[in-house]
Write a new protein. Structure first.
Lengths: 426, 215
């Protein structure tokens, strides 16, 4: 009975397709002042986060990024300013009610060790009064969503999980009651680099499915670039040094602080932002192992590249064949050519592709589809050309953007000079 | 009459005394646990309040038990009341101290997480903090019980119930043929009770400490 009354407000249960997607967040002059310290810890933050956006707060430790995040669900009560979620002012609402509508995931997951995985995930749905059967199916669904087998993990205790698994459960718990907004406070800070990489990929996939509004705090700029739709680079007292897309920050950092934070190798980092599917893939002459030898010879002779790619029975790249290889192997396909070591998928980043191309002795790598079937080839030249094009495009965009910013700033300054002029430039 | 004959003759009386002894300790432990955990919950968040509670309860413990019961007699009379009051007060310290230590020892990030997912203060306390602090609290209860077992014997001084009566009778008639038997029976009875209680606590621990945090 309570089911019907809550389901309308808390979003529909069942398939994720019916899940609540993001809500916009507005921070207006948000300030936190601790008694006894002359400087505010967070000073006048103004920010608009669009619905369904993944925004990263990145900055050196102690810059107030975590404090700013925790003010959004009022774990830390702001001393000044307003917070609006989906246009609704939540600054004065009951914080307990607010937090049940805002997912919260923290470093090292923060799972309660005395509860099983299922009990941990069920906490928030229980608090908002879902029915037992609905909670049960929701727990299964969430475990599935974060890539854990419900049957296996459901009854486990947190200490029986690896760090990465705990973190997945932490995310599942945050998503449990289907909140439109998800706050993540350095969630992947305590896991090893390989697991972190996996978790980041998972988060990207999740966000693709769910379209929540996510605010994510990290001090790792590479993580910020990989995950963020937009990145807010924060400096001391949570002043926003730059709030823009990863591309714009990489190619056109607003000032020395930001470029210092971006660090060396911006062009290399830019490679992380583009996927192989976005660049031109060259077609390559191919043969399959089932083709008659004569045909393979003919293709080899006809190809301008001196080389063809041999595919196995399922169309997956198998061997690189050069013109002389067949002669030397006396016509035996089994012995001829060099095995394909590495392939990349269309979803791989250009950085992965570059890595593969650099380690390949002939400077090219085969691109494969979802089931490993041959799709095309990427080589050094294609990569270089695409990177140049990307960087040029970024620069152009950034310049336009810069121009716009200057204009808005000019009007702002004008307004300030006319008015009270108390607010400092962000 | 040797010791075994004595036990055979008096077992009815001894069992009654033992039962009363156990029952007095048990009831006082329940009260002390409730009050002790409550004091812990109220004070653990503040440094000075927590320290005050620990110091106050340990001061109580330094009062000699005979003196404490003696002082209580003019106020509440003889028999059960001074026994219960004295035992409860003595039982407080280990529980209060362990409750404060246990509650303060809960990982702050878990408290943060509990608040962050929308638990109210009471809920956080009941669902997260107390369950996590339960193992040290239970240890406190165990220590407390052992202590009260011995102290309860003194209650006979105020005509309280329990095995203390047997011991005191023996001590009063030293030299008579049953004196040593009485003292021995009372003392051994207390030791056996203490061991039985301890075994019960192990069982309670097994049943009440969640599997996820059992060591």
């Amino acid at each position: 009975m309570s089911e019907t009354s809550t389901s309308s407000s808390a979003g529909t249960s069942g398939a994720t397709s019916g899940a609540t997607s993001g809500a916009s967040i507005e921070l207006e002059n948000l300030t936190k002042r601790y008694p006894g310290s002359p400087q505010p810890a967070v000073d006048n933050v103004n920010m608009e986060i669009k619905a369904g956006e993944l925004v990263i707060f990145v900055g050196p430790s102690g810059c107030g990024k975590s404090t700013t995040l925790k003010m959004i669900n009022r774990l830390i009560e702001p001393t000044g300013g307003r917070i609006r979620i989906n246009g609704e002012d939540v600054t004065d609402m009951d914080p307990v009610k607010l937090r049940r509508k805002v997912g919260y995931a923290i470093q090292s997951a923060g799972l309660f060790p005395h509860m099983t995985v299922a009990q941990n995930i069920a906490l928030v749905p229980k608090m908002v009064g879902w029915s037992k059967s609905r909670i049960k199916s929701r727990v299964e669904e969430l475990l599935d969503l974060v890539g854990l087998d419900p049957g296996e993990f459901h009854g486990r205790y947190p200490r029986q999980l690896s760090g990465g698994q705990q973190q997945r459960v932490g995310v599942a718990r945050a998503l449990a009651a289907d909140p439109p907004v998800l706050l993540m406070d350095e969630p992947f800070g305590a896991v090893d680099p390989i697991t972190r990489d996996h978790l980041q990929d998972e988060l990207i996939r999740l966000q693709h499915e769910l379209h929540k509004t996510i605010v994510f705090v990290t001090h790792d700029f590479d993580e910020a670039i990989k995950l963020g739709d937009r990145i807010a680079v924060l400096r001391e007292r949570s002043h926003i040094a730059q709030f823009d897309t990863p591309e714009a920050i990489l190619t056109n950092p607003a000032d020395d602080f930001v470029s210092g934070f971006v660090g060396a190798g911006a062009a290399l980092k830019r490679l992380n932002l583009t996927r192989v599917r976005d660049v031109e893939i060259t077609d390559y002459p191919t043969v399959t192992v089932d083709d008659p030898l004569q045909e393979i010879f003919n293709k080899l002779r006809a190809s301008g590249t001196n080389e063809i790619l041999l595919l196995d029975k399922r169309g997956r790249p198998y061997k690189w064949l050069r013109r002389g290889d067949m002669m030397r192997a006396k016509g035996s396909l089994a012995r001829a050519g060099t095995l394909v070591h590495d392939t990349v998928t269309r979803d791989a980043t250009l950085r992965d592709a570059l890595e593969a191309v650099l380690t390949d002795n002939a400077g090219r790598v085969a691109v494969t589809g979802r089931r490993g079937e041959y799709d095309g080839v990427v080589d050094m030249e294609t990569l270089m050309n695409s990177v140049h094009e990307l960087l040029d495009a970024d620069r152009l965009e950034a310049m336009e953007h810069q121009h716009e910013l200057q204009e808005t700033r000019a009007t702002q300054t004008h307004a300030e000079q006319e008015g009270d002029g108390g607010e400092t430039r962000a | 009459m040797n010791f075994w004959e004595y036990l055979g003759n008096r077992h009815q009386q001894l069992l009654t005394d033992a039962y009363q002894h156990a029952s007095a300790v048990f009831q006082c432990m329940v009260v002390a646990t409730l009050i002790g955990v409550l004091i812990g919950v109220v004070t653990y968040r503040s440094d000075w309040a927590g320290n005050l509670a620990t110091t106050a309860t340990s001061t109580i413990l330094t009062i000699p038990s005979l003196a404490m019961i003696g002082l209580l007699i003019p106020i509440v009379g003889l028999g059960v009341p001074p026994t219960v009051i004295a035992l409860t007060l003595y039982g407080l310290l280990p529980i209060v101290r362990n409750a404060i230590v246990g509650l303060r020892g809960v990982d702050p990030s878990l408290v943060d997480a509990a608040t962050g997912i929308g638990m109210s203060r009471v809920m956080r306390l009941v669902r997260v903090e107390l369950p996590l602090a339960w193992p040290p609290i239970l240890t406190g209860i165990r220590v407390s019980t052992q202590m009260l077992m011995g102290i309860a014997a003194i209650a006979a001084y105020a005509s309280g119930p329990g095995l203390g009566n047997v011991i005191f009778r023996g001590l009063a008639s030293l030299g008579s043929k049953n004196a040593i038997n009485q003292v021995l029976a009372g003392t051994l009875g207390i030791i056996i009770l203490a061991l039985l209680f301890d075994a019960a606590y192990v069982l309670i621990g097994r049943l009440t400490i969640p599997r996820g945090i059992r060591v």
